[in-house]
Design a protein around this ligand. Sequence first.
Ligand code: URA
Length: 218
Amino acid sequence: MTTDALPTQVKLLPATPQLKGLMTIIRCKDTPRADFIFYADRIIRLLVEEGLNHLPVIDKVVQTPTGTDYQGIDFEGRICGVSIMRAGESMEQGLRDCCRSVRIGKILIQRDEETHKPKLFYAKLPKDIESRYVLLLDPMLATGGSAMQAVQVLLENNVQEDRITFLNLIASPEGMNAFVKRYPKIKIVCAEIDDTLDKNKYIVPGVGDFGCRYFGTD
Ligand code: URA
């Protein structure tokens, strides 16, 4: 997948020097954990702000203290976040920082040892999720298996496909291709698309294991 021929549903963050600098820090194998968290959080903030730009709005006029009307806007609907555990939980605070008291559901998917297929272990979602716009959170889109399974859970809970926006730091071309083919109505806000997957299904160049680096586990 070349980045100049992306489907319109994929919203790649502009490759600004700032983003490139932040990515350079989190991709470096020698970056200490505190810096990894700090700079990953900055990228997450950029993703959340951009994701919010793609939600529908309605016109709203307010009067300013000068007694003049301002032709503004308001968000049309309510939102919620859904993080794909465990790495997606790293993106929850960035969402909360932008959307005060936002509801956040969680989905845990792990690879089944026998079938090697992603298997749903746990899901806890806001009760009224079908009436909300959903920001799905997972920093790494590798094979796409977990993200697609998470979307299935949302669809089974009556969330409309075109109300889902997937926020993702780094995607592999393989994962991105599979995801957009299966869910053409879902917007994906992504910071960078990498080269490929290695034999262990890690994204390369990637960052290694995002969850372990962010949460300090091995
Ligand atoms: N998850 C990670 O943390 N890293 C990858 O490269 C792929 C999936």
